[in-house]
Design a protein. Structure first.
Length: 191
């Protein structure tokens, strides 16, 4: 039946074989980078490379598929596979003090991806989009962390957000330097 539909009448399919394969690859990259973390002695929140994987995923896949890639990673961890920071997984990790950040990473994918998709040639806006998504993630994660540990919001910020800003700035700048080329190379596969 499909052979009788003209090319102009075909609707764009979101889940093409190539898109599904790339979602799988970026989910795997997140599963590899996510467990590697650097514990900080004064905080239950380790330095994680999950957000770097998300920044690269939205460059490679765009907002929709990049977000799907992260959601699959989240489900894999929720199911108990050790893909979260410190090679952990399961419902307890999501319900624990760092669960708000894991959920907040969805916001990073959506906000960063929207800006990157909307302004593909404006890397300075990509940096702002990644920073905005990260700040919103920190706000959500800090509320969750403070509630879990019975801390004031200010105390939650001091152990769950502020120490991570310099490292996240480096990750954002790295993604902004590498991401556009990654995006171009993947788009070139369509030709």
């Amino acid at each position: 039946m499909d052979q009788f539909v003209s090319a102009g009448d075909r609707k764009k399919t979101f889940f093409t074989t190539k898109t599904m394969a790339l979602i799988g690859v970026m989910t795997a990259v997140t599963c590899v980078l996510g467990p590697f973390s650097i514990p900080i002695p004064f905080s239950p929140v380790p330095i994680s490379f999950t957000n770097l994987a998300i920044y690269l995923a939205v460059y490679a896949l765009g907002m929709k598929a990049g977000t799907v890639s992260y959601l699959i990673y989240l489900l894999v961890g929720f199911a108990g596979l050790p893909v979260f920071s410190g090679f952990t997984g399961g419902v307890g990790k999501l319900a624990g003090p760092t669960g708000g950040y894991l959920i907040g990473f969805i916001v990073i994918a959506v906000v960063s991806g929207l800006v990157i998709d909307r302004f593909p040639a404006r890397v300075h806006l990509h940096v702002l989009g990644m920073a905005a998504g990260t700040i919103i993630c920190y706000i959500l994660g800090t509320f969750w962390l403070a509630g879990q540990l019975n801390l004031s919001y200010a105390a939650g910020l001091s152990v769950g957000a502020l120490p991570y800003l310099p490292g996240d700035a480096v990750k954002i700048l790295f993604a902004a330097a590498v991401g556009p080329r990654l995006r171009r190379e993947i788009r070139r596969l369509d030709r």
